[in-house]
Design a protein around this ligand. Structure first.
Ligand code: ADP
Ligand code: MG
Length: 393
């Protein structure tokens, strides 16, 4: 979407202009997708995550309406959704609109919305690939609604409002990471976030010789949501078991491997393994941030490979296609590290490598991934980018 065609697109999709539409100049906002460098399945265990905002964003051009109607045309779905924000926002079809409805409802409950909007949505974050197009969509929608209403909201509150939308409208009981980084991203930095108290550190990641390459398996196995819930339950059971011996344990964040080992007897072996992943992953995440601060890419990369092994073997959320891509990365000399990123069972890997190795890794993925899977991977080099912002108003 550029300035040239926004007017044209508005004419095309909102031409019927019923009462309430305005012809004011549209505001344009955007919110990025994210890639989590390390710290997977730690967020809902009060642990650490280490995401960065992508240079790929969901963009919304929006015109304030005089009434409380919201009309959203998604260019990704090629479809219109409509709802009103005067009373509780309906949870209605189309399904993709639930993310926007939830974001609108969260703002309505905070008394921030007087006007609806006509909005066009475009995204260059791939949808459903574990790069959090859903958080980008929620945050962009919320920011568009705030902007047309002449309101602002503190970043942490904005992230929480959008997380609420994902829980209560999209039905995904996610942690805070995705919405948080989409709001708080900073150019040239990844974000070490403590999901317990939301304390955070922006860690510089702008070495001109370093690259981050994301490769998409282009598969999404259907078990994602059920398995996600199952992992959360296993973590809860681990905490319950541990708290009998260690009453101070409120989450797996509070547990060391020694403590876990001491209560192993009588513990479901599967629950033990799941807890092992969370405990070791927390440690890897803070170690990874420390390695980046020392420009120690070798250590950082090794931690990524270990993270992948742990997610595959201990947490059981990888899949063959993800494993194939990680092994391809490992086979290319010079690549520092790679791991699955996002919830798992498909989606993307993220890899860390020197600039000069990028063409070698790209060639290896292009050649070997189809040979081993009969699928094509899409891949791109990205850089740590800014969070949600108003582009023009
Ligand atoms: P991810 O967040 O990893 O991309 P999700 O399954 O959480 O995957 O969210 C993807 C869903 O979010 C899509 O199937 C769609 O319903 C919705 N969505 C995301 N971006 C857009 C958009 N620009 N327009 C319409 N729907 C979108
Ligand atoms: Mg999502």
């Amino acid at each position: 979407m550029n300035n040239m065609n926004i007017d044209q697109l508005f004419n095309q999709h909102f031409a019927d202009s019923p009462a309430g539409a305005t012809t004011e100049k549209p505001v344009v906002v955007c919110a990025p997708g994210r890639v989590n460098l390390i710290g997977e399945h730690t967020d809902y265990n009060d642990g650490f995550v280490f995401p960065m905002a992508l240079d790929r964003v969901t963009t919304i051009a929006a015109r304030r309406r005089t009434d409380t109607r919201v009309r959203i045309f998604s260019m990704m779905q090629d479809q219109m959704a409509e709802f009103t924000v005067d009373l509780e926002v309906a949870k209605a079809a189309p399904k993709w609109s639930l993310y926007a409805r939830g974001a609108a409802e969260a703002l309505r409950q905070r008394g921030l919305i007087a006007h609806g909007m006509d909005a066009l949505i475009h995204s260059d974050v791939p949808l459903g690939s574990g790069l959090s197009s859903s958080a980008a969509f929620e945050v962009a929608t919320a920011l568009a609604l705030l902007t047309v209403n002449g309101r602002t909201l503190d970043g942490v509150e904005l992230a929480k409002a959008c997380q609420w939308a994902e829980h209560h409208y999209a039905g995904m009981p996610c942690g805070i990471m995705d919405q948080f980084i989409s709001v708080m991203g900073q150019e040239g930095h990844a974000l070490l976030l403590d999901c317990r108290d939301l304390s955070r550190r922006q860690v510089p990641l702008s070495d001109p010789n370093l690259r981050i390459l994301v490769a998409n398996t282009n598969v999404k196995h259907e078990l994602v949501q059920g398995e996600y819930q199952a992992r959360r339950n296993q973590c809860r059971r681990a905490v319950e078991h541990l708290a009998k011996r260690y009453p101070q344990v409120k989450a797996l964040r509070d547990v060391t491997l020694d403590m876990l080992e001491s209560v192993r007897l009588g513990m479901d072996p599967m629950v033990f393994l799941r807890a092992t992943h969370v405990i070791t992953e927390n440690k890897r995440t803070t170690d990874f941030a420390a390695a980046l601060e020392k420009n120690d890419w070798i250590t950082a990369g090794r931690l990524m490979y270990e993270s992948h092994r742990s997610l595959r073997d201990d947490y059981g959320v990888s899949c063959r296609e993800l494993d194939v891509l990680v092994e391809i990365a490992r086979s290319v000399p010079g690549v520092y590290g790679a791991r699955m990123t996002g919830g798992g069972f498909g989606g993307c890997i993220v890899s860390l490598l020197p600039e000069k190795v990028v063409p070698l890794l790209e060639a290896a993925i292009a050649k070997d991934y189809p040979l081993q899977t009969n699928l094509k991977s899409t891949y791109f080099v990205t850089r740590p980018s800014a969070g949600a912002r108003v582009i023009s108003r």
